[in-house]
Design a protein around this ligand. Structure first.
Ligand code: SAH
Length: 344
């Protein structure tokens, strides 16, 4: 098990008052670029603390899309493993980052490149947090305009299969940055026990949740997402109703993600079944995702099929958006995150 910076700190400095760590953590999100910049710490502590890594990720390679709107980084983490993270321009003239929560993924969704890697290990909170810090430094170093306003947990991995570390990450970011709860989205394949846990966990911050539904027809869902629980759809429906009853308001909705796969889940029947499913639940938005090629098994629905699908949902009063694909020229688009070195 990899030791967190906090664990290493407690080991090195067992007698420090609690506020000291808080001060250090604040320093991680400041303009400081190394331990030596944390001038609030005593000189002797600054010397000794260098045993703890200032950054838990290190850039191996970065890529920039042709139009400069999307940047991808391959980062090395402990164990000489690699993860990917993405920086994307958003409509608010700011940046959205897409972070990884695991190295690889155990969920094996048929259309996702990361799923093909299998799971190496989960990331610890420091490693997720440092993806944000990495991009903050990158923006500064590259002289890019705009700040990071949004975070999506849509990189490699299943965030809810790494619940404690993702929770720690969320709480740390909310505490030390101005990125608010409605600007953070955790995307999940729908790990039901963890979704249930969220309903009663007082420490789980109410950021936005997106569930990768991909079909409201059980056989199709199981075909695309092989890890689907038995009776997944009725259980998700019951959970979503309970979630919205407890936490929903005009600003707090749920999102269902739906990757558009030609002739697999994009027919009129699929659209009508999805509309009915969503209508039974309530404040749910649907985000249709054009499929980014990752292999030969699937092809992307045509634009006209996607728009027809959207029209059926809209007619039924379901708020439905189509995701704009970014960064496909640098394989930074959804589901394209895979690191060759990890495949061994
Ligand atoms: N494990 C999480 C996060 C995965 S990535 C989850 O399942 O939600 C975020 C989104 O990208 C998910 O909705 C996922 O299904 C989708 N995705 C994966 N591969 C894709 C691909 N090749 N094209 C388009 N979207 C894809």
């Amino acid at each position: 098990m990899i030791q967190s910076r906090k664990e290493q700190f407690d080991h090195l400095f067992p007698n420090e008052p609690a506020f000291r760590w808080k001060q250090i953590e604040q320093g991680f999100f400041s303009s400081a670029r190394d331990w030596s910049d944390l001038t609030t710490l005593s000189k002797s502590m600054r010397e000794q603390i260098t045993e703890i890594p200032w950054m838990s990720v290190e850039a191996k390679q970065t890529f920039k899309s042709g139009n400069g709107d999307t940047h991808k980084a391959i980062l090395t983490v402990a164990g000489d493993k690699q993860i990917e993270t993405v920086l994307m321009k958003n409509k608010r003239e700011a940046w959205t980052i897409c972070v990884s929560s695991q190295i690889g993924c155990a969920m094996r969704c048929g259309f996702c490149a990361t799923g093909k890697m299998g799971l190496s290990r989960s990331l610890i909170a420091d490693e997720i947090i440092d993806q944000l810090r990495f991009w903050q430094h990158y923006i500064e170093d590259e002289g890019l305009e705009g700040r990071i306003s949004n975070i999506v947990f849509m990189g490699m991995g299943e965030p809810l299969a790494n619940y404690p570390e993702v929770k720690k990450t969320l709480n740390t970011i909310l505490k030390h940055t101005d990125i608010g709860r409605t600007r953070i989205t955790v995307s999940t394949v729908g790990v039901l026990p963890r979704l249930e846990q969220i309903l009663t966990d007082d420490e789980w911050p109410h950021i936005r949740l997106a569930v990768s539904l991909h079909s409201a027809i059980p056989t199709t869902r199981k075909q695309i997402v092989p890890t689907s629980f038995d009776e997944f759809l009725p259980k998700l429906e019951a959970w979503a109703k309970a979630y919205l009853k407890k936490f929903g308001n005009r600003r707090h909705h749920l999102t269902f993600e739906y990757v558009m796969l030609k002739d697999v889940n994009d027919t009129e029947k699929h659209a009508r079944t999805l509309a009915n499913f969503v209508k039974r639940i309530g404040n749910v938005r649907v985000n249709l995702i054009p499929y980014n090629l990752t292999g030969v098994e699937f092809t992307c629905s045509t634009d006209s099929a996607t728009h027809m699908f959207q029209d059926i949902l809209k007619e039924k009063g379901v708020v439905t958006t189509i995701r704009h694909t970014m960064g496909d020229d640098i394989e930074a688009a959804c589901g394209q995150l895979i690191v060759e070195d990890n495949k061994t």
